[in-house]
Design a binder for this molecule. Structure first.
Ligand SMILES: [Zn+2]
Length: 136
């Protein structure tokens, strides 16, 4: 076993330094359920956690994009409209690209800051320090 451990040790030592530029962040998928005239995102809580946004931020944005009232019900998002899973996921992907992923380094380790300039939001990257204005 000692040989194996030594081998493992060598493997780790010889790994190139992690720069992270080759890792692409995969936007998580929404688990959508349609019920009557409502749509539910069942995994809304974990979606928000993965995107590092508060449920309030993401739900407000979705409500505006879908032009439908939304509410949060016990970790799920309820959209007061029939929205197909594909469209919801497209919207979330859009949000991810516009307001989560850093344009400089492609990492999702970002936070939104209000610049105080007419409510303009700035995306601040905690990985590379880039600051980018967010349009929506
Ligand atoms: Zn960055």
């Amino acid at each position: 076993m000692a040989d194996y451990e030594r081998l493992l040790d060598n493997v780790y030592r010889n790994l190139p330094e992690r720069k992270g530029t080759d890792e692409r962040f995969e936007c998580p998928l929404a688990d959508v359920m349609l019920q009557g005239n409502k749509s539910f995102i069942k995994n809304f809580d974990s979606l928000c956690t993965a995107l590092r946004r508060t449920p309030a931020e993401l739900s407000k944005w979705l409500s505006r994009e879908l032009a439908a009232p939304v509410s949060i019900e016990g970790g799920r998002l309820c959209v007061n409209s029939k929205v197909q899973s594909r469209l919801l996921n497209e919207k979330i992907q859009e949000y991810c690209n516009a307001s989560v992923i850093c344009k400089e380094c492609g990492k999702p380790d970002t936070r939104l800051e209000s610049s105080g300039d007419r409510g303009v939001k700035v995306l601040v990257c905690e990985a590379c320090g880039a600051r980018q204005p967010v349009k929506k």
